[in-house]
Design a protein around this ligand. Structure first.
Ligand SMILES: C[S@@+](CC[C@H](N)C(=O)[O-])C[C@H]1O[C@@H](n2cnc3c(N)ncnc32)[C@H](O)[C@@H]1O
Length: 220
């Protein structure tokens, strides 16, 4: 799937309200493990492909500043209206930035986001972003992410299963991919591994993995 078809696929998902990936509460892997990144107070956290995730609310509640990027304006508008706030909206290149309090979200394609528009960030949180993309786009995403942020600490949640069992998304991302794609920039540590109860979509045995990335050379 190319970048344009991927964008259409996700826009249509939001238009049809097919958002089974959305969680009503902050993700337990996030709340359990984000502290491992040991970030300064008020650090700026980038949340790529953020949907309308409650994880951003949790991060802001911890005192961080949050910058998301999400293709669908339906998701971004719903996120802020569910919070009961009216965001300021400014055009930034081809994207629109919605901001209220400690949370800003760029509505648009992440591949159109530039380092200048994003500004410096101290960390990345990726849940259901890397695994939302098919393999060719996934590689482009990793390269773009590194170009956007430099190698800053990251917490990544992945899912591994037999890809022949389901077409995806979510796509299976195994340890080999994680190490190959990120290993030149980061020291990689698995923090947790857990079977998906009842299998993925009730059908395929699957394991969720939580990874901590530390920039190579930092603190050593
Ligand atoms: C599986 S959802 C996960 C959303 C969120 N991370 C969560 O945990 O609920 C993947 C999201 O990525 C968005 N997305 C897909 N491709 C994108 C792109 N190229 N740029 C920005 N967002 C994109 C989709 O619209 C969708 O909301």
């Amino acid at each position: 799937m190319d970048a344009a078809s991927n964008a259409v696929f996700w826009q249509e998902k939001w238009e049809r309200g097919e958002t089974g990936f959305h969680e009503a509460r902050a993700n337990p892997f996030l709340t359990r493990h984000f502290g491992a990144l040991d970030l300064p107070v008020a650090a700026r956290i980038f949340v790529p492909l953020c949907g309308m995730s409650q994880d951003m609310v949790w991060l802001a509640g911890q005192g961080y500043r949050v910058i998301g990027c999400e293709l669908s304006e339906i998701a971004v508008e719903r996120f802020f209206s569910d919070l009961g706030v009216t965001p300021d909206v400014v055009q930034v290149g081809t994207l629109r930035r919605f901001s209220a309090g400690a949370i800003s979200i760029f509505a648009g394609n992440i591949f159109d986001l530039t380092p200048d528009a994003l500004g410096p960030v101290e960390a990345i949180y990726d849940r259901a972003a890397l695994i939302a993309l098919p393999e060719d786009l996934r590689r482009a995403y990793v390269a773009h992410l590194l170009a956007l942020t430099g190698s800053v600490p990251e917490l990544l949640v992945t899912l591994a299963y037999d890809q022949s069992c389901l077409k995806g998304p979510p796509f299976s991302v195994d340890e080999g991919f994680v190490r190959e794609a990120y290993g030149e920039a980061y020291e990689i540590r698995r923090l947790e591994s857990r079977e998906v109860e009842g299998g993925l979509k009730g059908r395929c045995p699957a394991t969720e993995n939580v990874w901590q990335f530390s920039p190579l050379g930092a603190g050593s």
